[in-house]
Design a protein around this ligand. Structure first.
Ligand code: GDP
Length: 194
């Protein structure tokens, strides 16, 4: 999709703040610093629109980005951030869970993982959670430019095995080179009809 208009509609912490209307939504989840903002920026063809930060765990709200008046990307705060208190983590957990399990217009979730290593327990748990709730999920392995192409197949098999999915459920991606952008868009288009 060619994107001209993007608008951060709202940063929400509770359902009453979620946008009205019934545009389809795609959630983006992943560990802090995995490259969520970079993927978002690549998909919407902007540099530095979605916050990219080196301070993991800074985003603690659900950020609803309206794309072309036809779809929302929902940036879901990163999990697996050790430096916050247990109470804070629980609060995040509840906010994320509430959104994922109750939002009717949620058409799918993109789960980002670091393409340079095996998924973490948090990654697998998140995927299991999404599968349990029958939420269509695409696994996107980021930062592939940092891995030599000769290792891509090996990475794919690790991901297939760890998540117990087929290759269809995985995309390799690099925000640096743009590799995989079209393919991620295709999946999103498929799930949302845009
Ligand atoms: P977020 O916390 O998940 O939103 O992660 P960011 O998008 O802010 O990215 C975290 C760091 O990883 C930043 O320094 C990015 O420049 C870097 N990064 C993200 N994606 C890629 C990628 O595909 N390739 C490379 N080389 N670096 C990336």
């Amino acid at each position: 999709m060619k994107v001209n208009n993007v608008n951060l509609e709202i940063s929400a912490v509770a359902p009453k703040q979620y946008p009205g209307g019934n545009l389809p939504e795609i959630g983006l989840v992943g560990r802090s610093n995995v490259g969520k903002s970079s993927l978002t920026n690549k998909l919407i063809n902007r540099n530095g629109y979605a916050r990219t930060s080196n301070r993991p765990g800074k985003t603690q709200t659900l950020n609803f980005y309206k794309i072309e008046d036809s779809i929302y990307f929902v940036d879901i705060p990163g999990y697996g951030y050790a430096r916050v208190s247990k109470k804070e983590r629980e609060k995040w957990g509840m906010m994320i869970e509430e959104y994922l399990t109750t939002r009717k217009s949620l058409s799918g979730v993109v789960l980002l993982v670091d393409g340079r290593r095996a998924p973490s327990d948090d990654d697998v748990q998140m995927f299991e959670f999404l599968r349990y709730y029958n939420i269509p999920t695409l696994i996107v392995a980021t930062k592939m430019d940092k891995t030599s192409k000769t290792k891509w197949n090996k990475e794919l098999s690790i991901l297939k095995k760890s998540f117990n999915v087929s290759e269809d459920d995985i995309r390799l991606f690099s925000a640096q080179t743009g590799y995989g952008t079209e393919s991620v868009w295709q999946w999103i288009g498929d799930k949302t009809g845009v």
